[in-house]
Design a protein around this ligand. Structure first.
Ligand SMILES: [Zn+2]
Length: 263
């Protein structure tokens, strides 16, 4: 292709392609018990009887806290857990990832979420590839969608329970862990920031988040104990704030809309 032709092709692309940045605000409701461990203490409720004994994930270091059973910490769902679940659903919706090894030829999931393991081996790739394999989505941690005063967070937790550890090959008592899950019917809120994605990628992401609509009956799966029915969550009430950018990153338009209005 001649240089002149290349220039024209490039110009055409600049004129037609539009990138969008912004954020999506979501609610996430637990449909079953949910468990993600706070690993700052691995004998939270008993010593030695189980392989591990964990409280639910929070920002608190439980090492020096003796009152976490009576006064549990504010439960948090790490953005990385949500990201993993949504990525899995996005891969399924866009025909999967094998996984991709070439930064110049990515599946739709790797193009949007970044290549699997791309955080660990950055040195070997040049800048243009780094850009293509980096994630353009950031998942914030989910926090309770409720202001708690007085009684604390106890009502958010179920009783301490025992879960099997999959794939464990030690003594029978070591194949189980003790945990305190969050109850079903609890609602969290979280944000996803997106940076220079296409309209098509945004539409697919929104569809994957809610499984196609606000009235769906499907659920995403998060955390531990999925095989025994834990971890079903539904994402709803999603609103999107969008800044439409041209390829030179000039702001074209800023809009905010609930997902139901996305066509
Ligand atoms: Zn891939």
């Amino acid at each position: 292709m001649s240089n002149e032709r290349e220039k024209i092709e490039k110009k055409k692309k600049t004129e037609t392609e539009e990138f969008i940045s912004g954020h999506i605000s979501c609610l996430l409701t637990t449909l079953t018990l949910l468990f993600i461990p706070n690993t700052t203490k691995d004998d939270a409720f008993s010593k030695g009887e189980y392989a591990n004994s964990y409280d639910f994930f929070s920002y608190e270091d439980l090492t020096d806290r003796n009152d976490y059973f009576e006064s549990p910490a504010r439960p948090i769902i790490p953005g990385s857990s949500i990201r993993g679940a949504i990525r899995g659903a996005y891969e399924a919706a866009t025909n999967g990832c094998h996984p991709c090894t070439d930064g110049r030829d990515l599946c739709p999931a790797c193009a949007l979420f970044g290549m699997v393991g791309s955080e660990s081996d950055e040195v070997h790739f040049d800048d243009s590839i780094n850009k293509s394999r980096a994630s353009r989505l950031m998942f914030k941690d989910a926090v309770p969608y409720e202001l708690i005063e007085g009684s604390g967070w106890s009502s958010w937790y179920d009783s301490v329970r025992v879960l099997p550890i999959l794939g464990a090959a030690k003594k029978p008592q070591n194949q189980r862990m003790q945990i305190r899950p969050v109850r079903d019917g609890k609602t969290f809120k979280f944000d996803i920031s997106f940076d220079r994605i296409t309209k098509n990628e945004l539409d697919t992401l929104l569809s994957v988040l809610t499984f196609g609509g606000q009235n769906n009956t499907h659920a995403h799966k998060l955390g531990h104990g999925k095989s025994v029915g834990y971890g079903s969550v539904r994402i709803t009430n999603t609103t999107v704030a969008v800044a439409h950018l041209a390829e030179d990153f000039n702001l074209l338009m800023q809009t905010q809309f609930p997902v139901a209005m996305v066509d």
